[in-house]
Design a protein around this ligand. Structure first.
Ligand code: ZN
Length: 207
């Protein structure tokens, strides 16, 4: 897959801003992931990743719709990178996706649909950056395959880039980041802030 233009390395100001005040856990977290979530909550530090309930529901709906045929789905995580007490964190406000070439074990954007995706992204109505990607593993749990890891290293190699994997059959979700020589699970939190803000901006754009 060609590197999407939207991943372009534009240097931006990272705003110093306290993390969202209403974090809550995803209800598809495994016992182990719940442990990671609670540990992070207790630490008082910012999570690496916050996902708006709007973005989460779009991902879940897309993955669940394709689940009966066991088809994988994917898309881009769009949002902001901010900083708090010396630590950068990402907030996913919305997602971007397009037509897919998908099977039960593989998924990629349909190359013919990429112009449509870029148009959708340009019309997103807010000033986003790509903070990662998501895809589904219908029925085979959440991890990064060798190919997923290659995708992460090729396209999503910034410290703020995450990979969200969702299994709509086993009702499981995990977020991952690159780690020297491999990858690691990172706890993430759901927040309500993305939706209303996006709708407001869209309303403004549409006049
Ligand atoms: Zn995968």
């Amino acid at each position: 897959m060609a590197r999407p233009k939207v991943v372009g390395e534009v240097k931006r100001e990272v705003n110093e801003r306290a993390p969202p005040s209403d974090p809550c856990p995803h209800d598809w977290l495994s016992e182990e992931s719940t442990g990671l979530y609670e540990e992070k909550s207790r630490s008082g530090e910012a999570f690496d990743l916050y996902i708006s309930t709007l973005a989460e529901s779009r991902i879940r709906r897309q993955a669940t719709k394709a689940a009966p045929d066991r088809l994988e789905v994917m898309g881009l995580l769009l949002g902001e990178v901010r900083r708090w007490r010396g630590k950068a964190y990402a907030v996913v406000v919305n997602v971007g996706t397009t037509d897919l070439e998908n099977t039960q074990a593989k998924v990629r954007f349909d190359p013919d649909a990429m112009p449509g995706l870029f148009k959708e992204l340009d019309g997103a109505g807010f000033d986003y950056i790509v903070v990662g990607w998501y895809h589904s593993h219908p029925g085979h749990t959440c991890f990064l395959s060798r190919i997923d890891l290659r995708t992460q290293r090729t396209l999503f190699d910034q410290p703020y880039h995450s990979a969200l994997v969702v299994d709509p059959v086993n009702r499981e979700v995990k977020a991952f980041k690159l780690l020297e020589g491999g990858y690691t699970e990172v706890p993430f939190a759901l927040v309500s802030e993305g939706g209303p803000k996006l709708r407001r901006l869209r309303a403004k754009v549409q006049g």
